[in-house]
Write a protein that binds this ligand. Structure first.
Ligand SMILES: Cc1cc2nc3c(=O)[nH]c(=O)nc-3n(C[C@H](O)[C@H](O)[C@H](O)COP(=O)(O)O)c2cc1C
Length: 306
């Protein structure tokens, strides 16, 4: 069974992915946060994130988000020109900035657009496609209809996050609904949603022994060793986990200081690194890491974690 690191806009940039891959491992492929096309060009930041030299040695799958083929085509050209032979299509993002433009989960309510995009993808025979989707935008019948539509196309696999777009991140991922979608699909299926403990991986693999893979997002941000601990059957202590996080931190911090401009940018990047790791860090130090506006203060707080 494969383990995939979910894309998380603002958290899993190339620097994070490379450091996680080098220091922790246990992940078969890292998915980039979605690339989008807003008319004229792509954002420089997104291009850097998929640039070959920034992803060397890391099994990276670029992800794109598009409302229809007019947005999809320039994105696919970019991905292929950057040297990739794989792409992941996002039809699950619930963020209103994207859904208002018909992208992400909003596309689930428009199977005609998805069909056009899939036809475009099938024309590109050197590009292997996977899809990451939710269970629907407004209701689950939308997701089921899209699963049936996707049965007509050749895909590497489908990752299903069994929540509705309108739910955003409320409630729990609905494993019963996941089962229904999985059974309707002819494709290999990857489970995604709310895996934060080793036991959750046991539950999912017991319930769905024929899964192609598991994709984990926030659970890995909170516990970067989650997949490797499960794979190796070795539970790490809090102290061991903090040590690993500090090793990751030191490399991500060095790079942030070299490549970002000004204390504030570096601080926001590093605060995102700690955000999901709150339970691992002493309360008072955590507060200081998250509240400080000075890099010197920040570095001193980090020293207190050793
Ligand atoms: C801050 C944030 C950013 C995200 N960015 C993306 C993204 O760029 N592409 C995507 O497909 N999903 C994105 N997601 C969704 C995650 O990849 C994942 O599907 C979701 O968090 C559920 O999995 P988890 O419970 O393991 O985190 C994002 C989620 C969060 C919370």
């Amino acid at each position: 069974m494969k383990f995939f690191f979910a894309p998380l806009q603002g958290y899993t940039d190339h620097s994070y992915r490379k450091v996680h891959n080098d220091i922790v491992g246990g992940i078969d492929a890292y998915f980039t946060p979605f690339l989008r096309y807003d008319g004229e060009t792509l954002r420089n930041k997104d291009l850097k994130d998929i640039a070959f030299e920034n992803n060397e040695g890391v099994n990276t799958v670029p992800q794109v988000i598009a409302a229809d083929t007019n947005e999809l085509i320039p994105l696919l050209d970019t991905v292929q020109n950057a040297g990739y032979s794989r792409v992941d299509i996002n039809i699950g993002c619930p963020f209103p900035l994207q859904t208002a433009k018909g992208r992400g989960a909003a596309a689930l309510a428009h199977p005609d657009r998805i069909e056009r995009m899939m036809n475009e993808l099938q024309k590109r025979d050197t590009l292997k496609t996977s899809v990451k989707m939710r269970a629907g935008f407004e209701n689950a019948s939308e997701g089921l209809r899209v699963i049936e539509l996707l049965n007509k196309f050749e895909l590497e696999f489908i990752t299903i996050h069994p929540r509705l777009g309108k739910q955003q991140y409320k409630g729990l991922a609905d494993r019963k609904l996941f089962k229904t979608m999985k059974e309707l699909s002819h494709h290999r299926i990857v489970y995604n949603g709310d895996i934060t403990e080793l036991e959750h991986i046991d539950e999912i693999t017991d319930q769905f022994p024929d899964l192609y893979g598991i994709m984990i997002g926030r659970g890995l941000l909170a516990r970067p060793t989650l997949a490797i601990e499960w794979k190796e059957g070795k539970v790490l202590s809090d102290a061991e986990r903090l040590k690993t996080s500090l090793e990751m931190h030191s490399r991500i911090f060095d790079r942030a200081c070299r490549t970002l401009q000004g204390d504030q940018q570096v601080l926001s990047r590093m605060q995102a690194f700690w955000e999901y790791q709150k339970p691992l860090v002493d309360k008072r130090i955590y507060k200081r890491l998250m509240k400080t506006t000075s890099l010197r203060n920040y570095e001193e707080a980090v020293r207190n974690l050793y």
